[in-house]
Design a binder for this molecule. Structure first.
Ligand SMILES: Cc1cc2nc3c(=O)[nH]c(=O)nc-3n(C[C@H](O)[C@H](O)[C@H](O)COP(=O)(O)O)c2cc1C
Length: 213
């Protein structure tokens, strides 16, 4: 696929066919993660490819209570979503059918290998994830290029202590995300819904338009 088509049409896929994903395709998709940048090239990422039905069910069972709490916040208006109409229903379907998705990828990271340069600012560190999520995005884009649907989710991170014994995750390894992978049950969108460029790009000073954009 053309690069521009891939980046503009990689949605969060919430409906999947049950067909298995061949390991050759998985290998191609996961290989894309290796080429992402990381601070000091320390490459903190590790992946667990979850295909075992019982383990996928455990992941769904852990996800659902957190999802239900999150969705209650959305419905009451205390959690904001800037997304397409119907997203909550689609995301709810995803949550309740998670175990049927062919592959649930647990993204893990060795925190000793990340260097959050903003951890002393007295606010939430954002740099902490910067050596992790570029590789995850490579996975999402490679999946799209291979014709696979994907969804990046992070709610499981809240139950890391429960996940660790389930997947024998070592003490020094943390859970950074889950990515579902499978053949999409619906056509990919031609283009995603996103904020216009001039609302997010400034020239020289924050809030000042970049001439000619
Ligand atoms: C950091 C992050 C966490 C997310 N967590 C969840 C999640 O827990 N559950 C879910 O259904 N979607 C999750 N999403 C998917 C977003 O809802 C999705 O990217 C957004 O609605 C845009 O959808 P689109 O790319 O299909 O336009 C997450 C996305 C990101 C980047």
């Amino acid at each position: 696929m053309e690069f521009n088509d891939v980046v503009r049409s990689t949605p969060t896929c919430r409906y999947y066919k049950p067909d298995p994903v061949p390991v050759e395709v998985l290998s191609q998709v996961l290989d894309a993660a290796r080429w992402a940048p990381s601070g000091g090239n320390r490459q903190p990422l590790r992946f667990i490819v979850v295909r075992d039905q019982a383990k996928k069910q455990q992941l769904q069972d852990l996800y659902l209570p957190i999802w239900d709490q999150y969705i209650a916040g959305i419905r009451q208006g205390s959690v904001r979503v800037g997304a397409r109409p119907g997203i909550v229903d689609h995301a709810d379907h995803f949550a309740r059918h998670m175990a049927e998705i062919p592959v649930l990828l647990l993204v893990c990271a060795r925190l000793a290998d990340v260097h959050p340069t903003d951890h002393q600012l007295g606010r939430l560190s954002i740099v902490g994830g910067a050596s992790v999520y570029p590789a995850v995005q490579n996975v999402l884009l490679a999946a799209r290029d291979a014709g696979l649907g994907s969804a990046l989710t992070t709610l499981h991170c809240a139950v890391e202590p429960a996940l660790k014994p389930m997947f024998s995750i070592p003490e020094d390894i943390s859970v950074a995300a889950m990515v579902s992978l499978g053949w999409p049950a619906q056509a990919f969108p031609a283009r995603l819904t996103r904020r216009p460029l001039d609302e997010m790009v400034f020239g020289d000073t924050y809030g000042v338009a970049l001439p000619g954009l």
